[in-house]
Design a binder for this molecule. Structure first.
Ligand SMILES: Cc1cc2nc3c(=O)[nH]c(=O)nc-3n(C[C@H](O)[C@H](O)[C@H](O)COP(=O)(O)O)c2cc1C
Length: 335
């Protein structure tokens, strides 16, 4: 099987994409993933209207700072004109690919008729897709769920129409909107969309191990995978997914090397967000890193380590604490 994925004019040299995650795939995390060899990472979703109006936070979310290639910017919105304008601004900012969010289940997003709510209104969704495709000369991709609920599993129909409108690749999260994140992703159900379109399709949802990746591909017939939560707190696992999907040797990092990555992630966040915001933004990452660290340590000591990492306000103190944690000293001290 081909180990690359052609998205419009771009040949992407991996079949493993990192999922857009609001509040998670900011530039510092994307840089860490890039350092670890990730070849395709989607930005956090960016509100198209805010981006069009030059909102600083939105511009930051969409930024690759010239360092992330290809730059894939995900846009959310409910009005065709803002999606079109948002796409233009994203491309001016360097976006190589614009992705449309039609999968976000959050009430605050669906209430505004963005994200997965668009799946309930396919005609409106298509207007929005067409406007985005027509606005830019970079490929546009579409990320959806299986449908709104079990009575409306319309991803295949929407994808087929979107393909006619010029969408160049698809990502399907194998859940409905109404499932939120409950239950298990149904990779086999993604096959109906695979059969409805000819452009590349990625399967997404609950892919946590290389074996999951193989199973998801087999069940869905997808060309590649998209992984989200499986990389939070363990971004180095990108190497294992890539080894399984693209071939090559899996990257194995020692605990000390993992500690170095975490510290580098922290420094990237300090540089990008500034001290005050970075300390807060990094807490969810640090909690995940500590929860998933393969250190033999009691639950109480782990909780204590996490609490310290997530309550310290001085970056130096946090970094010192992390250094102790990853050196293995911490478990002895806390025991
Ligand atoms: C914290 C968080 C934020 C997310 N933000 C976005 C987003 O901005 N855009 C989007 O399309 N999906 C978003 N998602 C959904 C993921 O992209 C992905 O579809 C979902 O997590 C299932 O994949 P996974 O099981 O590999 O995590 C988010 C998920 C999480 C957990």
């Amino acid at each position: 099987m081909d180990k690359s994925i052609q998205i419009g004019k771009h040949k992407i040299d991996t079949r493993v994409f990192v999922a857009p995650m609001s509040g998670v795939t900011d530039l510092p995390f994307r840089k860490i993933l890039r350092d670890l060899g990730a070849g395709a990472i989607v930005s956090e979703m960016v509100a198209s209207e805010e981006l069009s109006k030059g909102n600083l936070e939105s511009l930051q979310r969409a930024s690759g700072a010239g360092e992330i290639k290809p730059l894939i910017v995900q846009l959310a919105g409910r009005e065709a004109k803002w999606m079109a304008e948002g796409a233009r601004v994203a491309v001016q900012g360097g976006a190589d690919i614009v992705d449309i969010n039609m999968g976000c289940p959050a009430r605050k997003v669906t209430k505004g008729l963005s994200g997965s709510a668009l799946m309930r209104y396919p005609d409106h969704a298509l207007d929005l897709i067409k406007a985005t495709v027509d606005a830019v000369d970079v490929p546009v991709t579409l990320k959806t769920r299986l449908g709104w609920d079990d009575d409306m599993l319309n991803a295949p129909q929407i994808a087929a129409r979107a393909e006619e409108a010029g969408v160049q690749a698809f990502v399907i999260h194998g859940r409905t909107r109404c499932q939120f994140y409950k239950g298990e992703a149904d990779w086999a159900a993604v096959r109906r969309t695979r059969e409805a379109v000819t452009k590349p399709l990625l399967v997404n949802g609950d892919i946590l191990t290389p074996q999951d990746a193989a199973d998801a591909i087999e069940q869905s017939g997808a060309d590649g995978i998209m992984v989200g939560r499986g990389l939070v707190g363990a971004p180095w696992l990108i190497g294992q997914f890539q080894a399984a999907m693209d071939e090559g040797a899996p990257m194995m990092l020692s605990l000390a090397e993992q500690g170095d990555i975490v510290a580098r992630h922290y420094h990237y966040a300090l540089d990008f967000h500034g001290e005050r915001l970075a300390v807060r933004m990094m807490r969810k990452h640090l909690a995940a890193y500590i929860d998933r660290a393969q250190i033999s340590i009691s639950d109480t000591a782990r909780i204590q380590a996490r609490n310290i990492a997530c309550t310290q306000t001085s970056p130096d103190a946090v970094l010192k604490h992390l250094a102790a944690f990853y050196s293995g000293e911490y478990s002895e001290r806390a025991a």
